[in-house]
Design a protein around this ligand. Structure first.
Ligand code: ATP
Length: 362
C-alpha cells in the first residue's frame, strides 16, 4: 500500500479494493483511494457511475460487499453512520421545518445533552462561520431562502464537529448565481475549518472551483484522481478528457521518430515529447478549444490546419468558433479581444503549439 511521505498529510480515510454489488451488478468496483486529512476531494462522474453508492459506504449507510474502508487505520466497514465521526449534508437538507434556525443548528448538541445557554452560544458562533446574521437565530427555518437553508444545514453539520464532512450534491437545486456564491463560501469554509470534505457532484465546474483533488468515476471504477489541473491538462483517457471539457481530437499515426501523420485530417503534426513507441503506432492528439487559435499571415504555430468557419457562439466573455476541417469540426475558443473581426473571410488557418496538446492512446 502507498505510504505517505513526510510532506504529504496522512490519509484519514483509506479504501482498499472496495466493491459494492446489487444482485451481482457492481455499482462500485474495486476502488483504492487514500483521502488526505484536511483535503477537499470531489467525486465526479456521469449519472449511474456509482458516486452515491461510494459516498453511502463512506458515510456508513451501506457496507461494502468486498474490500476495506478504514478511518485513521480503524476498520469501519460495518460501523453505522451514527457511530462514525462523520456527517453527511444532503441535497434535500433534512432540516426540521417547525424549528427555528438556532434549534436546527443546535440539534446535535441537544442530543449530546449540552445545556441551552451553551447551545445558543455555539449556534451563534456557527451562524457567524456560515455567514448567517445573528437575528436569524429565532427565525423559523421555513421562512429562510434556499441559500440560507443551505447555510443552516452546513452549520448543523459543523455542530456535530465531525472529522469528515460528506456532501451529496448539496447545490444541485440552487439557481446559478447563488450556486456560484455558495461554491466560494464552501471553499472558504473548508479552509477555515480545516476539516476533510468529500463532495459528490455531476457538475465538473463545481468540482473545478472547490476541490484540492478530483476523482472521476466511470461504471463503478475510479478512473483518475488528481488536482483539477491534472484532470483537465493530463487526463488518463478519452473518457476523462471529454468528461472534463470540450476537446478537439485528431487521430494520428507515427511515421517516424517525431513524425505523426493525420488519419482523419490531412497533414503531419508535432507532438509534445517524449513519445514512446514505434512506427505504425496510432494515437489521439487532444487540444482544448482555448488552446487553439487562428493563425494569420506571418504568424506561426507548431501545427496548423486549413478550414472554414461556419458557426460562432457567444460564451459571454469568450467566443467559440466551429471550424470545418475536411469532415471534422474543430472548436476554437477566443477571448472577445482576440475574436475575428466581423465580416472576416470564413477561410481560416487554425493552429496550436505542441506543448498545449496532449496525446492519448488509441
Ligand atoms: P446519479 O448521479 O444519477 O445519482 P450515481 O453516480 O450516484 O448516479 P449510483 O446511484 O451510485 O450512481 O448508482 C450506480 C449504479 O448502481 C446504478 O446503475 C444504480 O442503478 C445501481 N444501484 C444503486 N443503488 C442500488 C440499489 N440499492 N439496488 C440496485 N441497484 C442500485
Amino acid at each position: 500500500m502507498e505510504q505517505p511521505t513526510s510532506s504529504e498529510p496522512r490519509p484519514i480515510l483509506q479504501l482498499v479494493g472496495v466493491r459494492k454489488t446489487f444482485n451481482g451488478f457492481a455499482a462500485v468496483d474495486r476502488i483504492d483511494l487514500d483521502v488526505r486529512e484536511g483535503e477537499f476531494l470531489t467525486i465526479v462522474g456521469p449519472s449511474g457511475s456509482g458516486k452515491t453508492t461510494l459516498l453511502r459506504m463512506l458515510a456508513g449507510m451501506e457496507s461494502p460487499s468486498e474490500g476495506n474502508i478504514t478511518l485513521r487505520g480503524e476498520l469501519i466497514n460495518e460501523i453505522p453512520s451514527n457511530k462514525r465521526p462523520t456527517c453527511l449534508v444532503f441535497q434535500s437538507l433534512a432540516l426540521f421545518p417547525h424549528k427555528t434556525v438556532g434549534e436546527n443548528i443546535a440539534f446535535p448538541l441537544k442530543v449530546k445533552g449540552v445545556d441551552p445557554a451553551t447551545r445558543k452560544a455555539r449556534a451563534l458562533d456557527l451562524m457567524k462561520v456560515v455567514r448567517l446574521p445573528a437575528d436569524y437565530h429565532d427565525k423559523n427555518v421555513m421562512k429562510c431562502s434556499g441559500g440560507e437553508r443551505q447555510r443552516v444545514a452546513l452549520a448543523r453539520a459543523l455542530a456535530y464537529d465531525p472529522e469528515v464532512l460528506f456532501f451529496d450534491e448539496p447545490l444541485s437545486a440552487i439557481d446559478y448565481k447563488l450556486k456560484k456564491t455558495l461554491e466560494k463560501e464552501l471553499k472558504d469554509l473548508h479552509r477555515e475549518t480545516g476539516k476533510t470534505f468529500i463532495y459528490i457532484t455531476h457538475s465538473l465546474e463545481e468540482a473545478m472551483v472547490m476541490s484540492d483533488r478530483i476523482g472521476v468515476m466511470r461504471s463503478g471504477r475510479l478512473v483518475q484522481v488528481g488536482t483539477p489541473e491534472e484532470i483537465y491538462g493530463a487526463p488518463v483517457d478519452r473518457f476523462v478528457s471529454e468528461f472534463v471539457g470540450e476537446v478537439n481530437t485528431i487521430k494520428v499515426k507515427r511515421n517516424g521518430a517525431d513524425l505523426w501523420a493525420g488519419i482523419d485530417v490531412p497533414g503531419s503534426f508535432k507532438l509534445r515529447p517524449p513519445q514512446q513507441g514505434t512506427v505504425g503506432d496510432e494515437a489521439f492528439v487532444v487540444v482544448r478549444p482555448e488552446y487553439m487559435r487562428f493563425v494569420g499571415a506571418g504568424e506561426n504555430a507548431d501545427n496548423t490546419l486549413k478550414g472554414t468557419v461556419y458557426n460562432e457562439y457567444s460564451l459571454g466573455s469568450r467566443i467559440q468558433y466551429q471550424v470545418r476541417v475536411g469532415d471534422k469540426v474543430m472548436l476554437v475558443e477566443l477571448s472577445r479581444a482576440r475574436a475575428l473581426p466581423p465580416g472576416s473571410n470564413a477561410d481560416v488557418t487554425v493552429g496550436w503549439d505542441a506543448a498545449d496538446a496532449f496525446t492519448l492512446a488509441s
